[in-house]
Design a protein around this ligand. Structure first.
Ligand code: BTN
Length: 176
């Protein structure tokens, strides 16, 4: 890792923290809020690549685990990793690698512009909701498929995040 790598990594950890300032939007059907913070993780995965992005999310999660109030709504502490959103938080750590693997898989076969967009949808939405729902189901004792379906409420917001992330990527990809 170069100084440049470490600087970018720290910068994206900071971005994820700052996005936690936006208040959570609670929804009736799930004990999981609508947040903006996952946009920072998506952006890190797209712009930094798997190694640096995973490190930036890992540092963020360690700071949260240490008790710093960096999660949306000012939450932090080891307890959040045993709460209903624990699955989503762990999935955030996996986003960079899933996005990267999906991207490589599509690009090897089709060499197309939509590899980035599609891999963001798979890694940032499908993967996160599958793993996140597992946590909700286990902690809140709700049927897994019912929880998975309920994630549909996040879909419009998460699709907007993915598209904005893709647009930013198209603009700045030459510089990172
Ligand atoms: C937390 O703050 O404890 C984690 C919140 C996880 C929210 C998930 S991430 C995917 C989906 N999209 C949202 O806007 N909210 C959920």
């Amino acid at each position: 890792m170069t100084i440049k790598d470490l600087t970018y990594t720290a910068l994206f950890t900071a971005l994820i923290i700052v996005l936690g300032i936006f208040p959570p939007i609670t929804i009736a059907i799930l004990p999981v809020p609508l947040v903006i913070q996952n946009f920072g993780v998506l952006l890190a995965a797209t712009l930094l690549g798997p190694k640096r992005a995973t490190l930036s999310v890992l540092v963020f999660l360690i700071l949260v685990a240490l008790g710093l109030p960096f999660l949306t709504g000012g939450r932090g502490g080891i307890g959040v990793f045993f709460g209903p959103t624990s699955g989503y938080l762990l999935a955030w750590l996996g986003i960079p690698i899933v996005v990267s693997l999906t991207h490589r898989f599509i690009n090897n076969r089709f060499k197309t512009w939509y590899a980035t967009l599609f891999s963001l949808i798979i890694g940032g939405i499908v993967f996160v909701d599958i793993i996140g729902s597992l946590g909700v189901s286990l902690v809140s004792h709700l049927p897994y498929l019912q929880v998975l379906w309920s994630n549909i409420v996040f879909l419009p917001g998460d699709l907007i995040k993915v598209i904005v992330c893709f647009m930013i990527y198209q603009r700045v990809k030459k510089h990172v």
